[in-house]
Design a binder for this molecule. Structure first.
Ligand SMILES: [Zn+2]
Length: 581
């Protein structure tokens, strides 16, 4: 069997990073690269770049980047062995198990165990749901809501019987380590020893990640008792607010339609799916998080959020606006008529009426305005208050046309002159700590082509994009021309590698760099375009060689300044060097 290094290489050859990342991030072609909105930080303009040539990704905003394995580690929260295993399975590459550091191995072993226990628990809950009605009120509950068997099996719904030792006994029978089941959040240790079931008398909704594994559970009561929802606590495989519920089943439909409908409850989602609306996810009874939106925007061009008509629903809507603005995902909001949730609405009025409601959804901002201004804003105090709440949101809009549209709307609605709103907005922005405007992605990817004066950027760009120049550069002393340490370190590593192995490729350098700044710098050069055309390369090398020679001479001049004779000699040879060039 091949070593992990060769398995890594083989996977890299078999897999296409654009395809792998493209499953989770919407990528657009931009020159020779692909770009999209970064899944790791909030941004409205894409600076997340994937290079097919280099089989690597790099974000110019948050500086995350690396190869296909680094993406698995960062995006799915995997350890390296897990990322390797994951891709190896997908691309049929054999790997050995003897590679990882002990800590990493322990971590991935634990996660693997917890996922297995979750899987066993899912089967237990599914079996319980298939039992006769006396033992199993959940079946009746789902039947009343017309949830079909197809949906029950697609979403792997189950039932946690109303017992204290239901799953405890089941896991024990299956020889599962109960301490691990505690870590998976399924059972709870008793004070006097022993364990009891966490989920009792609830319909169980397994929460699947995008790789189809059960990472946790949501349990919903069958009556009006509290808490209505009970979720798996934080575990090594389940993090609250990480995944919207149902995305594993709906991401294809969302990408196809370009739209994601976001509802609050499990039953809302299932009811809509039953009526044929597939592009829907649910927030698991928690507020929308930036992570939810970041996952969703990997598939959707737009989101429509359906809020319950109560106070909590309205507040959730208001809080979500800045999140959407920050993540650059256009969003609209709908509040259902009083007394309805999506479940009851679609069941009594049908899907066409629900779709009409979606069509009528106003932009999240208009919704926000309408909500903020419903309170008594006729007096000055009220107006100032409303303005104070809205300015932070307005100031986040980067698109000037959009901003001026909203300023106009706000001034009309609130009865304050547009100039006044604008100047308030301006002073609000000035008072905020100024973050330096980021340079456009286009410039960055162009490798700053305009400036061809030889410097760090040019030398690195030349070596990375025209590796053959190394023979002309290695003995030229060009490292002395470099002004910063990161560039110098990269050149040193490249030269070292070439000296030892007689060849180098930029792709193989990254692993040998031990410092993040240096790695980031190298990635940025790699995904950038070449500054020099093939015709210009030779001359660029000549210029660098000459510049290095000049530098050597002037350094020596500085050294021998106190010695007139040596100085004379030096100046003479310097002049000759200039003439010969
Ligand atoms: Zn980023």
């Amino acid at each position: 069997m091949p070593s992990h290094q060769s398995a890594k290489e083989e996977i890299k050859r078999a897999a296409d990073i654009v395809q792998v990342i493209g499953q989770f991030v919407q990528l657009k072609k931009a020159g020779k690269n692909f770009v999209g909105l970064c899944p790791f930080h909030a941004e409205k303009d894409p600076s997340f770049t994937v290079s097919s040539d280099r089989q690597m990704f790099h974000c110019f905003g948050c500086k995350k980047g690396g190869d296909i394995f680094a993406f698995g580690i960062d995006y799915h929260g995997l350890t390296f062995p897990e990322a390797l295993k994951d891709l190896a399975e997908r691309y049929n590459v054999q790997i050995t198990d003897k590679f990882s550091a002990i800590e990493e191995k322990k971590k991935s072993k634990l996660r693997e165990t917890l996922l297995k226990i979750n899987e066993a628990a899912t089967l237990y809950f599914q079996q319980a749901l298939s039992k006769t009605a006396i033992e199993n009120p959940a079946a009746d509950y789902l039947k009343k809501r017309a949830i079909s068997n197809e949906i029950i099996s697609e979403f792997r719904l189950g039932y946690a019987p109303d017992k204290w030792h239901g799953i405890v006994d089941y896991l024990r029978r299956h020889k599962i380590d109960l301490e691990r089941a505690v870590q998976a959040g399924l059972i709870i240790p008793k004070k006097g020893g022993g364990y009891y079931d966490r989920f009792r008398g609830r319909i169980m909704f397994p929460i699947l990640n995008l790789r189809g594994q059960v990472v946790g559970f949501g349990g919903r009561v069958l009556d009006d008792s509290l808490p209505k929802y009970l979720n798996t606590p934080e575990t090594p495989v389940f993090h609250k607010g990480e995944f919207p519920y149902g995305l594993h089943a709906s991401f294809k439909a969302i990408r196809q339609k370009g739209i994601a409908v976001i509802v609050e409850g499990y039953m809302d989602l299932l009811a809509l799916r039953r009526h044929g609306l597939d592009e829907v996810v649910a927030t698991l009874g928690t507020a929308l998080t930036d992570q939810h939106i970041r996952k969703i925007k990997g598939y959707a061009k737009e989101a429509v959020v359906v809020f319950d008509p109560d106070e909590a629903g309205r507040n959730a809507a208001l809080r979500s606006l800045p999140l959407f603005l920050n993540e650059g995902l256009p969003a609209r909001a709908v509040v259902l008529p009083d007394g309805h949730d999506p479940d009851s609405f679609v069941n009594t009025k049908g899907l066409p009426e629900f779709l009409k409601l979606l069509d009528s959804a106003s932009s999240m901002f208009d919704f926000f305005l309408a909500q903020k201004l419903t309170q008594d804003d006729s007096d000055i105090e009220g107006k100032v208050h409303a303005l104070k709440e809205i300015l932070p949101v307005l100031s986040q809009l980067r698109n000037a046309a959009q901003r001026s549209l909203y300023v106009g709307r706000l001034s009309e609605r609130i009865g304050i002159k547009e100039e006044v709103v604008l100047s308030e907005l301006k002073s609000f922005k000035q008072n905020r700590s100024g973050d330096a405007p980021e340079r456009g992605l286009k410039d960055r990817l162009k490798g700053r082509k305009l400036d061809k004066k030889i410097g760090d950027i040019q030398l690195l760009n030349l070596l990375v994009h025209h590796p053959k120049t190394i023979t002309g550069l290695m003995d030229s002393g060009c490292r002395d021309l470099l002004s910063d340490d990161t560039a110098s370190k990269i050149v040193e590593v490249i030269f070292d590698k070439y000296r030892r192995e007689g060849q180098f490729s930029p792709e193989n350098i990254e692993d040998t760099l031990d410092n993040d700044d240096v790695r980031i710098r190298l990635r940025e050069v790699m995904v950038a375009d070449s500054i020099y055309s093939d015709q210009e390369v030779k001359q660029a090398v000549e210029e660098i060689r000459e510049k290095a020679r000049q530098k050597r001479l002037s350094d020596s001049v500085a050294e021998v300044k106190g010695d007139p004779e040596a100085l004379n000699k030096m100046l003479l040879s310097k002049r000759r060097a200039q003439i010969s060039y």
